[in-house]
Structure formats: C-alpha cells, structure tokens
Design a protein around this ligand. Structure first.
Ligand SMILES: Cc1cc2nc3c(=O)[nH]c(=O)nc-3n(C[C@H](O)[C@H](O)[C@H](O)COP(=O)(O)OP(=O)(O)OC[C@H]3O[C@@H](n4cnc5c(N)ncnc54)[C@H](O)[C@@H]3O)c2cc1C
Length: 483
C-alpha cells in the first residue's frame, strides 16, 4: 500500500467512510478553485464535520508526512486552494455551524465553512451584520476569508477581514488545536492571530472563528454617477476622499466592464458612459443626508454626465447587481480572461489606468476595469481568445506588466485575492531575498515540515516562469445569478 492509501484507511476508521473520498471522479470535483486554469487532482479529499475531526485529519497527515491543503468554498482567485497531487485536501464545507451570535458583545463565533453572507443573515435579527463583503459573499467561506484576508466593496470604510477577526481556533500543522486571540480586544505577546489572517492556509487550518459584528446603519444611500472618462471618475473619487467624506464604498467600472455587465444582467447603467462610480454612504441619517449632498456636488464638479440616486432597495440592488456580476459578465464579451488583482495609491488611479490601456493596446488585447476605487484596489480583466495563436501569452504579459505597474507606483502585487500558486512567481519583484527569508522563518515556526499548503505564496523553482495557458470564462448566466 502507498502511504496515501494507508492514510485513507486510517482516516476512514477514525472519521467514518463517508468523510474520505478517494474515487478519481469524486476527487476531480475539487481539482481547482476559482482560478480554473490551474488544475491538480488531489490525492485524497477529507470532509471533517468539526474541529476534532479536522485535528485528527491533520495529525494523521503529519504522522505520515503527507502534505495537506485547506479548502473552503473554492472561490479563491489565486489558486490558493489548488490541491497537492500526493496530498490531502481538507474541505470545510460540512463545518457550517453558527456557534453563537452575541449582540451584547458584538461578536459571532462560527465554524470555518460558514458562508460569509450567512453571518450577516444570522446577525440581522439582532440589528447587526458582518462588514467585510467580498463580491463572492453569497458563496465564499469565513475560513477562506480569514486565510485570504479578504476585502470587499465596503472595506473602504470598515476595513478588511483582519479588522473583524478577534480570535481563531486553529489546527497547527502538527495536528494540535490552539486558540489565537480571543474575545478580549487585545491579548499579550506576539500577534499570532494577525500573522494567521492572510497566511493563505500555510500556517494551519482555522476550525472556529470569532468575528466582530457591526451595527446595521440607520441610513444607507447609493448613487450611480456616470462620467465620460475614467480620469474624471478617478478625480471624483479623490475629491470625495479629500473632502473628508469616507463613503462605505466607492466602486468604479470602465466602458468595457459596463458593456459586459449590461449584456449579462441588464443593470440599466447610463448608455455610452466611459466610466461609472457607485458611491454608497451609510451611518446616522442626518450625517448621510449632509454628506450625500456633498458627494453629488463633487461628482458634478468632476464632470458627471448623469447622477442616479437609488430611490429604494430594488434600485439599490440593481445598481449593485451590475458591479457584483461584473467578473462573470465579462464572459459575454470575451471567451477567455485573466482576473488580475493589485493595489495602488488611490491618487495614481487615472495615470495607472491610462498606462494599463497603453500596455494592452501595444499587445493587441483589451482590458476591462472594475474595481474598489476608494481603496485603489484594481481588478483589471485581461480579455483574450485562447483560440487565437499567441493571444494567451500576450494577455499573460499584460497581466504581468500590470503587476509591475502596481509595484512601480508604490502598491502591491495583490490587493485582496492573495498570492496563492498564481503570484508566487511575482513575490521576488516586490520583496528582497531577506524579506522572503524572514517570512519563511515565521512560516517554519508554525510548520517546520512544510506540510501546510506547500508551493503557495513563496516562489519555488517549480513555479518560476510558469505560464498558464487557459483562462476559460465561466458560464456568465449561471455565475451572474450567484454573484
Ligand atoms: C466572482 C468572485 C468575486 C470575488 N470578489 C472578491 C472580493 O470582492 N474581495 C475578495 O477579497 N475576494 C474576492 N473573491 C475571491 C474569493 O472569493 C476570496 O478570496 C474568498 O475569501 C475565498 O474564500 P473560499 O471559502 O472560497 O476559499 P478557498 O478558495 O477555498 O480557499 C482560499 C484560501 O484559503 C485557504 N483556506 C480555506 N479555508 C481555510 C481554513 N479553514 N483555514 C485555513 N486556510 C483556509 C485555502 O487553503 C486557500 O489558500 C472573489 C471571487 C469570485 C469568484
């Protein structure tokens, strides 16, 4: 017997036969995350029901020297949950218990497989919600959010996942259950919870997460502003922030992204616009009203050609539908695309967008831009047709050049989608060998044997220079309904 077969037998005895999948067809369901052009069939899939079963699984992997990868909902866009061919994929989709909603403490305690939006749904009855809201919030898991330090439209005002996680129970890579952080606002010693959030599954598996709940705002107002150019929309974004207003969200879409969203979900954005901004304000009603007047005036001064104010929840939902379906919608206008993710200082937006267009034109591909403008968090969608000779390579070059631009302007190679398998090769462009070595030391303190999600985040010779081939668009109709 190979060690994987032995491991499968051990785990079937410990957890029950239905918790361990080894049939090739079943395993193939898990061969990629949202970045579908990287595919690896896992050696084994294990579906623990709770923290104890998760610890048993990891301990067995450690004893056998077998690598393991945690997987939540598999919506990651950097190949973070890409399985290991000779390893175990630990899938948390059966760990969906909302353990506690404690409004008096403004806390919720949840299992890692709980869907992001379900936390808000459970808290709503108490007048609360969970603020970090990735566009995938209807399907992504809290464990995945913690591992990626996920952001979302409303993170401009409310901060990223790391600002909303107070504690986590984790299984360390040797199979021990430990608590990081806690219910108290601060704990003595090193901020190991801070290190765990955003570590992309390389420091162990989160088995329970304590998150901060945020009070539902008294008032929410949403505005759609159309501009002739992204320059003007960028200028409006900077003017709003410079005026001291911190909207809950400022999102931007360019003409190509608008065209795609319109084709997919008929969101009714102003025809012919070169760019739209979605600006949302929330908070006490009087403050929202005053700031809303300020924001509309600033958009007009920046050259807005049309302003639409959502009159009710339906209109607000329609405005957001175009934005939230944008990634998948791009499948309507291009057979293949790469979703890039980088961040730049907000003030550099107009210049960087111009340079992205230049780079794309020079290589004969198109780029649609849809992003969290308030954070300077870019999501250029590089469009191509894999059937056209050389186009995939040119799109990949444009994608890499965008990352270089983010670094040149003082930003980062990832805004919120993580490094995963996809961007490990870019890490040396941003960090020195000493920087990477220091990060390795931290990783080794948790995982000396390197079993927890190996091959991710850190560049290895295997990944250097790898050029992915296919980026097939997902079915836009189906995805548009989900997101
Ligand atoms: C249409 C679409 C829109 C998106 N919009 C956004 C957005 O606005 N903002 C944003 O930040 N992201 C966005 N994403 C990316 C993705 O949804 C997030 O990264 C999300 O946090 C991934 O969660 P998941 O449960 O799917 O994780 P997975 O894809 O399953 O895993 C992601 C990473 O987390 C690790 N992991 C998973 N569970 C655990 C655990 N319990 N313990 C330790 N490690 C774990 C995995 O090993 C992997 O490295 C979007 C994705 C899609 C497809």
């Amino acid at each position: 017997m190979t060690s994987l077969e032995e491991l499968a037998a051990t785990l079937r005895v410990a957890l029950g036969p239905d918790r361990v999948l080894s049939d090739r067809q079943e395993l193939r369901t898990y061969e990629c995350d949202g970045l579908a052009h990287y595919k690896v069939t896992p050696g084994l899939v294990v579906l623990p029901r709770d923290a104890t079963e998760c610890a048993v699984t990891v301990r067995a992997c450690a004893a056998a020297g077998v690598p393991f990868v945690a997987r939540g909902s598999g919506t990651g866009l950097s190949g973070g949950a890409l399985p290991h061919a000779d390893g175990v994929l630990v899938v948390t989709s059966k760990m969906r218990e909302i353990v506690e909603i404690a409004p008096e403490d403004e806390r919720a305690v949840v299992a890692p497989g709980v869907i992001n939006l379900d936390v808000s749904k459970a808290a709503a009855a108490h007048g609360y919600y969970y603020a970090p809201d990735p566009s995938s919030q209807q399907i992504c898991s809290i464990g995945g959010n913690v591992a990626e330090n996920s952001g979302g439209a409303h993170c401009l005002k409310y901060g990223f996942t790391t600002h909303h996680v107070l504690g986590a129970q984790i299984v360390t890579p040797d199979g021990t259950l430990v608590e990081l952080g806690g219910r108290a606002p601060d704990t003595p010693g090193y901020d190991l919870l801070g290190a765990f959030v955003g570590s992309e599954g390389t420091l162990g598996v989160a088995t329970r997460v304590t998150v901060r709940l945020t009070r539902l705002p008294e008032s929410v107002r949403t505005l759609l502003a159309a501009f002739a150019t992204t320059d003007e929309a960028g200028a409006a974004t900077s003017a709003i922030i410079a005026a001291g207003v911190v909207p809950a969200a400022i999102e931007m879409m360019d003409a190509l992204a608008i065209e795609a969203a319109e084709a997919a979900v008929a969101c009714g954005y102003p025809p012919g616009a070169g760019a739209v901004l979605i600006v949302e304000l929330d908070g006490p009603a009087a403050e929202v009203e005053a700031q809303f007047a300020q924001v509309t005036a600033l958009c007009e001064a920046a050259g807005a050609t049309e302003l639409r104010i959502a009159a009710d929840t339906d209109e607000r939902t329609l405005i957001w539908k175009g934005r939230k379906s944008a990634f998948a919608a791009v499948g309507r206008i291009s057979p293949d695309y790469i979703v890039q993710d980088g961040v730049i200082p907000r003030t550099a937006l107009p210049e960087v967008l111009r340079r992205i267009t230049d780079v794309a034109h020079a290589r004969g591909v198109r780029v649609a831009n849809v992003f969290h403008a308030g954070d300077g968090n870019l999501h250029p969608l590089v469009l191509f047709d894999d059937a056209v000779e050389g186009e995939a390579e040119r799109a990949e070059e444009v994608s890499g050049a965008i990352i270089d631009l983010c670094i040149e302007y003082g930003g980062s190679i990832t805004g919120e989608h993580g490094v995963g398998a996809d961007k490990a090769k870019y890490m040396p462009r941003m960090f020195t060998a000493d920087d990477l070595e220091t990060m390795h030391l931290l990783r080794c303190a948790f995982d000396p044997a390197g079993l927890s999600n190996p091959g991710k985040v850190f560049p290895t010779p295997r990944l250097c220079g790898e050029v992915p081939r296919r980026h097939r668009a997902t079915d836009p109709g189906a995805a548009a309904e989900i997101f």
